[in-house]
Write a protein that binds this ligand. Structure first.
Ligand code: 3PG
Length: 201
């Protein structure tokens, strides 16, 4: 969360695009990459990026089943992100030995995640959860939790979120527009990544 102000939420439809897309993001200064396990080629994409783009810190997102942690680690993922947290997922992440950024949306879920030993959390879906106002409110009673708000975050809304002391980074899919990826416009992706990396923290 401290390595980049923005973590791209990546959906790989075509395996051939995984490595050039990762290279384009890294070239723009975005090296922490969340590849979502939403497509059949996702794990193969993680493997390809881990092997071919050593500067990237590649992890998996959209983990919803316990066995996916070990599969992701075997593919080369060095972290995992979930949209929510259950005791089973927490145990499986620990067992697999993969760092986890678990999703939370309410104060009770933050407390439950802290009880499980996680203090770096993804606020998801951030926009629907109240985004800036919610994060500011959570920072009062629960300042020990550091958040990566994701869901509805834009390049315009990110700076205000990043200025909060309990926000470590933000996540978003805006860094990888489907039309640019389909067109192989890697320079375009690098330009978007550069703008995101410059947001700082
Ligand atoms: C997702 O699950 O797709 C992420 O939360 C990204 O959301 P976004 O497309 O609103 O950035």
């Amino acid at each position: 969360m401290r390595s980049c102000p923005v973590m791209p939420v990546i959906v790989i439809d075509d395996l051939e695009t995984a490595v050039p897309l990762a290279r384009a993001l890294v070239a723009g200064g975005i090296k922490v990459l969340e590849v979502t396990l939403r497509t059949p080629v996702a794990l193969a994409a993680v493997k390809a990026i881990a092997e071919s783009v050593p500067e990237a810190i590649v992890g998996v997102g959209t983990v919803v089943r316990p066995e996916q942690f070990a599969e992701a680690k075997a593919a080369g993922a060095v972290f995992a992100v979930t949209p929510g947290l259950t005791p089973k997922l927490a145990a499986a992440a620990r067992e697999a030995g993969i760092p986890l950024l678990p999703g939370v949306m309410t104060p009770s879920e933050v407390i439950a995640a802290l009880e499980e030993g996680f203090d770096a959390l993804k606020l998801f879906p951030a926009e629907q959860a109240g985004s800036y106002g919610m994060l500011k409110a959570l920072g009062g009673p629960l300042p020990q939790a550091l958040f990566c708000p994701t869901g509805g975050v834009t390049v315009e809304s990110a700076p205000k979120l990043l200025a909060l002391p309990n926000v470590g980074c933000v996540g978003g899919s805006w860094l990888c527009p489907k039309d640019l990826v389909a067109a192989g416009d890697w320079a375009g992706i690098t330009a978007i990544a550069r703008e995101a990396a410059a947001l700082g923290k």
